[in-house]
Design a protein around this ligand. Structure first.
Ligand code: UD1
Ligand code: UDP
Length: 440
């Protein structure tokens, strides 16, 4: 079996690292394609170093540009490589332009796509990431899904349950593995050297880079107004290059940089960043990965967005959406700082993203699909089955597997009277409403 991994930005490198390590440990033939979307040392090379990932076999060097230009160049580069390498499955992660390009190219070449972190939905089609993840999910053959809630999103879009594998999120694997290494090593980042973070209190780690925040002057100004007033906090702000550019263009950078309680630094390496976040009183962010890391590290998070594709973190009580609303940011940040019960409750929120074994579950499933011939994407020769789409109320003790076997059916959705729930094989359907396809 030959596996390809496509990645291109900082979070993809971090979240694919545990899977790459697992593939290599099992001695499976594997190669890495870097799209080159992130190219600064601080946004790319340093993560290969910190997470001990082999240097990519290919780099397409797309660099920065409009969405169409980046996506087009990536597709062209990826197609050339895949035609030559002919992998059995191509892994893409998350919702960046690499995911969109990789999934589209594979769909056309009839190569199986494995979408890592599939099924997340913000339901906000103005986000480029929402478009990318939805398109990738149409093109995929295997879905590695962090939570049952994300799996239900895919089921409600008509995707077959047979291809859904609930793994947890590899961000937990990366966090658990590297936090220990980071703690032993201590801070090494030069840009943090003057700050004596080890002995600093009331740390607020801030990151923001989402286009809908940093490219909109009114929103970014409102966030900055809140930051200026949070004088009881030590705000550490490793600034994304996109954000640095826009703050400079809006003429907002210098004043922010001159404030005594705000420390703007370059993007920092993964080990230093994990140490920093784990020592923080509060994380203020619009990052996807950071919402997950906050709940993994038991640090309260305020998310600078009006929606999130990580609603599990909000439901669990570890994350609050504050948008770019100055008053909401100030009120909640001050509460976390001054109200111990409030902060403790947020810290104790259970982590919805698993135990840190997402990578091994992912590679187990790939090996199983491969051995069963399910990665071969070929035009069918069987005459199409006919089936009827049905709905039923179940009034007997019967599990999902038993029902499917007895009825020659595949269940889509299960409603427990209040919510849609994921039809795990062993789930007892008694008292539930279901929808299913019955083969004739
Ligand atoms: C991209 C992803 C986003 C992800 C983020 C992770 C898409 C559509 N967006 O956003 O989902 O959350 O990465 O960080 O794929 N730049 C540099 N050096 C670099 C990279 C970028 O200076 O190494 C600057 C350039 O001015 C560029 C801007 O940052 O125009 C934005 O970069 P881009 O890759 O387009 O999007 P991100 O905001 O990084
Ligand atoms: N991160 C890092 N150094 C930084 C900022 C972030 O190592 O200076 C890591 C962070 O731990 C998380 C990931 O980058 O795992 C998040 O990436 P980003 O916010 O760029 O993207 P998103 O997750 O929003 O797609």
């Amino acid at each position: 079996m030959k596996i390809a991994t496509i990645l291109g930005t900082r979070p993809e490198i971090i979240k694919m690292a545990p899977i790459i390590a697992e593939i290599n440990q099992r001695g499976i033939d594997h190669f890495i394609i870097h799209t080159g979307q992130h190219y600064d040392k601080e946004m790319s090379d340093n993560f290969f170093r910190d997470l001990e990932i082999p240097t990519p076999d290919y780099n397409i060097h797309v660099g920065s540009g409009t969405h169409a230009k980046q996506t087009g160049l990536m597709m062209k580069g990826i197609e050339e490589i895949l035609l030559d390498e002919k992998p059995d499955i191509v892994l893409v992660q998350g919702d960046t332009n690499a995911v969109l390009s990789g999934a589209l190219v594979c769909a056309k070449l009839h190569i199986a796509v494995g979408h890592v972190e599939a099924g997340l939905r913000s339901f906000d089609m103005t986000m480029p990431e929402e478009v990318n993840r939805r398109v990738a999910d149409i093109c995929s053959a295997m879905y590695f899904i962090p939570t049952e809630q994300s799996a239900v999103n895919l089921l409600s879009e008509g995707i077959s349950r047979k291809n859904l594998i609930i793994t947890g999120n590899t961000v937990v694997d990366a966090c658990f593995r590297h936090l220990e290494i980071a703690k032993k090593r201590g801070f090494e980042e030069e840009s943090l050297a003057d700050l004596d973070i080890e002995n600093m209190e009331n740390i607020l780690t801030l990151t923001m880079h989402r286009a809908e925040n940093v490219d909109v002057k009114q929103r970014v100004t409102s966030i900055i107004e809140a930051l200026k007033q949070l004088k009881d906090m030590n705000i550490i702000f490793p600034i994304h290059p996109r954000t640095k550019n826009t703050l400079e263009n809006f003429g907002l950078f210098d004043e922010l940089n001159s404030m005594e309680h705000i420390h703007i630094v370059k993007p920092i390496g993964y080990l230093d960043f994990l140490l920093l976040t784990s020592k923080s009183t509060l994380i203020l962010t619009d990052s996807g990965g950071l919402q997950e890391e906050a709940i993994t590290l038991d640090v309260p998070a305020l998310t600078l967005r009006y929606n999130t594709e990580r609603p599990e973190t909000v439901a669990a009580g570890g994350n609050i959406l504050v948008g770019s609303d100055k008053d909401a940011i100030l009120e909640n940040a001050n509460k976390i700082l001054n109200d111990n019960d409030f902060a403790e409750k947020m810290k104790k929120a259970p982590n919805p993203y698993g135990q840190g074994d997402a990578a091994s579950k992912t590679v187990d499933a790939i090996e199983k699909f491969y051995s069963e011939g399910l990665l071969n994407i070929e035009a069918p020769e069987d005459i199409m089955d006919s089936f009827t789409r049905k709905m039923a109320a179940v009034n007997e003790d019967v599990t999902v597997s038993e029902f499917e076997e007895n009825e020659n059916a595949l269940i889509h959705m299960v409603y427990d009277g209040r919510n849609m729930v994921f039809p795990r094989d062993e789930l007892n359907l008694n008292g539930m409403m279901i929808t299913y396809d019955k083969r004739e």
